[in-house]
Design a protein around this ligand. Structure first.
Ligand code: G6P
Ligand code: MG
Length: 220
């Protein structure tokens, strides 16, 4: 089937917010005396805020109540949002703007499929708030990646079938979500190692549109 839409993950694909997530979670972990490092941070890619907190708290002996967890997540998000204030259009990752322009020129629909509840704020900061045909994010879903919900919702908003969509992702959870949705999946950066990605690229700036639309013929 012909590819008629491309769904972009946000964090790590359109803009690199990993360092800000790391710094915010590191501050919370240090305040709580919980071990946290960059390898643990890698496991938080594509995972919702509360599930990320559960991964961090699994390194603590203390048992946290639901209300304590809620407050910790809120504190982390306050620190993270303060850091997001620094984001600007200069932080859009190389290759993204050209890709968006080329897709528009070919009438291919573009959407965001992100687990982040900060999606509207981030898109606003980088000047892309009105550029996508649809946005499905952490505010509109119950089940975060690797569940297929966010990508199926993006396809529904676009009015296209899942088989017509290709997802661009930097996380294993996101590749799994795309495959569970019945979509093609392009793994970039750390997701270039994912066994189930239909196409693997170290860097999105190496991706040209003909290559992207050929993903349909690679594995179907
Ligand atoms: C993205 C990031 C995750 C993050 C999640 C929730 O998927 O890759 O690391 O935990 O969004 O982000 P939020 O902005 O809602 O805390
Ligand atoms: Mg990501």
């Amino acid at each position: 089937m012909k590819i008629s839409a491309v769904i972009f993950d946000l964090d790590g694909v359109i803009v690199s917010t990993d360092e800000y997530h790391y710094q915010a979670w590191k501050q919370i972990s240090d305040q709580e005396n919980i071990y946290f490092d960059r390898a643990i941070n890698e496991r938080l890619r594509g995972v919702s805020r509360m599930e990320s907190l559960d991964i961090i708290l699994s390194h603590s002996d203390k048992v946290y109540s639901e209300s304590e967890k809620y407050l910790l997540a809120q504190r982390k998000n306050d620190i993270y949002c303060e850091l997001l204030n620094k984001l600007s259009p200069n932080d859009i990752l190389p290759g993204i703007i050209n890709l968006l322009i080329s897709l528009k020129a070919r009438d291919i629909k573009i959407a965001i499929g992100s687990s982040s509840k900060n999606t509207p704020f981030i898109l606003d900061q980088i000047g892309l708030a009105t550029n996508f045909d649809a946005i499905a994010d952490g505010n509109s879903i119950k089940n975060s990646k690797p569940d297929s919900e966010v990508f199926l919702l993006a396809a529904e908003f676009l009015g296209v079938q899942p088989e017509e969509c290709v997802v661009i992702e930097d996380a294993q959870a996101g590749i799994d979500a795309a495959k569970a949705a019945g979509m093609k999946a392009v793994g970039i950066g750390s997701a270039a190692k994912c066994f189930n990605a239909d196409m693997k690229l170290n860097d999105i700036s190496n991706l040209d549109i003909d290559h992207l639309l050929e993903v349909n013929e690679i594995r179907s």
